[in-house]
Design a protein around this ligand. Structure first.
Ligand SMILES: Nc1ncnc2c1ncn2[C@@H]1O[C@H](COP(=O)(O)OP(=O)(O)O)[C@@H](O)[C@H]1O
Ligand SMILES: [Mg+2]
Length: 381
């Protein structure tokens, strides 16, 4: 449906998009996710036709559209700051596109006044605004206005809808409701959605596949579970969900499935990632906090374990967030559920942390992002 073929976009000598090369399938909900300034909007604007690639090509349904103006492309865009016509009713706002293309004046199948009425009524039903058709935008909530903007972008039946942080202006609760609505609408209509967001939870919830971007480059493309369970890089691991990341060295192989890693002041078996690391080479070990088990006695099951000291506890409702320190001082975070029957813990308590080697992943060595780094990345959009 959409092919991004080795696309580079430079602004003067600044590289905003660096060799983006991927394809989006028909009917797919595809997200571009990454911190502010990583090139998401620029990539989307090239698909829409508001920007031209410096090198490389964009193809829509097999056709090279790299130099085709936006209105000639069969795609439509919804922005965060959508502008509805304030003096028009909801119904007329949605009918604006087909009318400006004179669809209502033309004769024949799929044309004429009746066709415009049918399409507008259908789309208002899809976005659940039938009862609000005669209202003006000012009489609607933020979420309802955004649904009008959606209906308006969909009424010309684009083959893809491009959405640039469309929920960014809404409060958290409404954003959650709209995430479900968007997903439902996309499924119902079967249209390709290309969705830009810096919110990892939003991307994980809605997408069939996600392209994680960093500093103009696509670091990984995959389904939400692939990206969460098998991140390709330390950046992806830290940006998507929470992750324990520890510097170490890969020292050898345990068996067909596992390699050996010197980390946390000991040697552990771990799952190798997709990048080959030479024996003795630097590496980063990742374990998700919910995969870390905590016990008072050394575990006996088929797991790797290290002794650790409790440094802090935070009750977070469904889980207890335990901060610990390994013997070499490395921080460890464990999310402990109610099923792990632990006695009341206090800072200073000696425990064992453990995980099965399948729950760990060896990544190429890279600087480990701090909490401050991650906060800065999410600063503005
Ligand atoms: N028209 C432009 N001229 C110069 N630099 C630009 C222009 N548009 C975007 N950039 C720069 O390109 C980088 C990527 O921007 P953008 O695609 O908007 O990022 P994102 O949407 O991921 O936050 C940013 O550093 C931004 O400042
Ligand atoms: Mg942007």
């Amino acid at each position: 449906m959409i092919e991004i073929d080795h696309v580079v976009k430079r602004f003067d000598d600044y590289v905003a998009v660096d060799d983006a090369d991927f394809a989006i399938g028909a009917g797919e909900f595809f997200s571009m996710l990454g911190p502010s300034g990583c090139g998401k909007t620029t990539t989307l604007r090239m698909i829409a036709g508001f920007e031209t690639p410096t090198t490389g090509a964009i193809r829509l349904e097999g056709r090279d559209v790299s130099r085709m103006p936006p209105h000639k492309r069969n795609v439509n865009t919804v922005f965060q700051h959508y502008a509805l016509f304030p003096h028009m009713t909801v119904w007329d706002n949605v009918a604006y596109g087909p009318r400006s293309q004179k669809l209502d004046k033309r004769k024949g199948k799929g044309k004429g006044k009746e066709e415009v009425r049918r399409r507008v009524d259908d789309l208002l039903e899809v976005v659940r605004l039938t009862d609000f058709a005669q209202r003006k935008p000012a009489q609607l909530s933020g979420g309802q206005q955004q649904r009008v903007a959606l209906a308006r972008a969909l009424v010309n039946y684009p083959s893809a809808l491009l959405l640039d942080e469309p929920l960014g202006a809404l409060d958290l609760k409404l954003r959650h409701v709209m995430q479900f609505e968007l997903k439902r609408i996309q499924r119902e209509l079967g249209i390709t959605f290309v969705y830009v967001t810096h919110d990892q939870e939003e991307a994980l919830t809605m997408s069939d596949r996600i392209a994680v971007m960093n500093a103009g480059r696509v670091e990984q493309i995959g389904s939400p579970t692939e990206i969460y369970d098998r991140p390709a890089t330390v950046f992806v691991a830290g940006f998507i969900g929470q992750a324990n990341l520890w510097h170490g060295r890969q020292t050898g192989r345990v068996n067909r499935d596992f390699v050996e890693v010197d980390v946390l002041g000991t040697t552990l078996a771990a799952t190798p990632g997709d990048t080959t690391i030479e024996s003795g080479g630097h590496a980063t070990l990742m374990v998700r906090p919910e995969r870390v088990r905590v016990s008072m006695e050394p575990p006996t099951a088929e797991v790797v374990s290290v002794p650790a000291t409790v440094t802090d506890l935070t009750f977070q409702g469904p889980v207890l967030r335990l901060s610990l320190a390994a013997a070499d001082g490395s921080p460890i975070v464990a999310h402990v559920g109610a099923e792990q029957q632990l006695p009341m813990l206090r800072p200073g308590d000696q425990v064992y942390v453990a995980w099965s080697p399948e729950a760990s992943l060896v990544l190429p060595a890279a600087d480990i992002p701090t909490t401050e780094d991650l906060e800065e990345m999410l600063g503005d959009s």
